[in-house]
Design a protein around this ligand. Structure first.
Ligand code: NAP
Length: 240
């Protein structure tokens, strides 16, 4: 039986084990998918010889894992984050399937005619994949972060939101069980012309998306991205 799993910390509310268990059952695949909560990324070495075929990587290790892999696919290196590891001939190879998942789902959300600029809220591992896709699609963007390196939350006003019609939340704010939280942006400046995309998939409608809906914006959560990236990981592990 082939063994797959997920590393990250903590891993209390992960989507992947249920998704893959259902997939294995539905498609008659003889495999298992387990959680491997690693208190530190250095603990990854304990998994290197555990007869695994593939792993997914989640918060907070998508960037840190790069230092622990034998090989890194060109796109993942360019993105600077890995969310999929393939074990092949005793070697670990890192890939990024968030890029594929985000691009496909963004295109189906905003359509081909989108002309505006984008704001990326947060600058972690997922934000790197988002940035890569926006660059690839030629969508001009700014990253809003607590450090204010590119732009600070305090700089967001009516003029900035008027220019940036696509707002993507890549922070964990609003994720279950902290559903009362949301990114600190001036929601009163959101209009019907805005597209709000939240990478969070649990809850289905975060406070960020609820506030967007209240202002008439179009919204999308991270569920489609999640299933697309999971299927892309499966394809990589099995060379489909
Ligand atoms: P991460 O590497 O920990 O990055 C999250 C970023 O959010 C941080 O770098 C930080 O950016 C910002 N942040 C964290 N805490 C914050 C706070 N209290 N207030 C404001 N900003 C804060 O995590 P990640 O791997 O990028 O994942 C981020 C989210 O995306 C998670 O909710 C995850 O579940 C979701 N995700 C979904 C999918 C999908 O397929 N749908 C895929 C990947 C990730 P600054 O320091 O710059 O402020």
């Amino acid at each position: 039986m082939k063994k797959y799993g997920l590393i990250g910390y903590p891993l209390n509310h992960s989507f992947s084990p249920k998704y893959f268990a259902e997939k294995f059952q539905k498609e008659g695949i003889d495999a298992e998918y387990r959680l491997f909560p690693l208190p530190t990324i250095a603990d990854f070495v304990t998994l290197k010889n555990s007869n695994l075929s593939g792993l997914n990587v989640t918060i907070p290790y998508k960037k840190a894992i790069l230092d622990y892999l034998d090989l890194i696919d060109d796109k993942a290196r360019e993105v600077g984050a890995v969310n999929t590891i393939k074990f092949e001939d005793g070697k670990t190879i890192g890939y990024n399937t968030d890029v594929y998942g985000f691009k496909e789902s963004l295109q189906s959300f905003i359509g081909a005619g989108f002309q505006g600029q984008a704001l990326i809220l947060g600058s972690g591992g997922a934000a790197k994949a988002v940035k890569y896709v926006l660059d690839d699609m030629g969508i001009d963007h700014k990253t809003v972060s607590r450090s204010g390196k590119d732009m600070a939350y305090a700089e967001l006003d009516g003029a900035v939101l008027e220019r940036h019609k696509l707002i993507i939340n890549t922070t964990p704010l609003g994720m279950y069980p902290h559903t009362e939280a949301c990114p600190d942006i001036p929601y009163k400046e959101i209009t019907e012309e805005h597209f709000l995309y939240d990478l969070i998939y649990n809850p289905e409608k975060t406070l960020f998306l609820i506030k967007g809906t209240e202002r008439g914006a179009r919204i999308k959560n991270g569920h489609e991205m999640l299933t697309l990236q999971a299927e892309n990981s499966w394809a990589i592990w099995n060379q489909i």
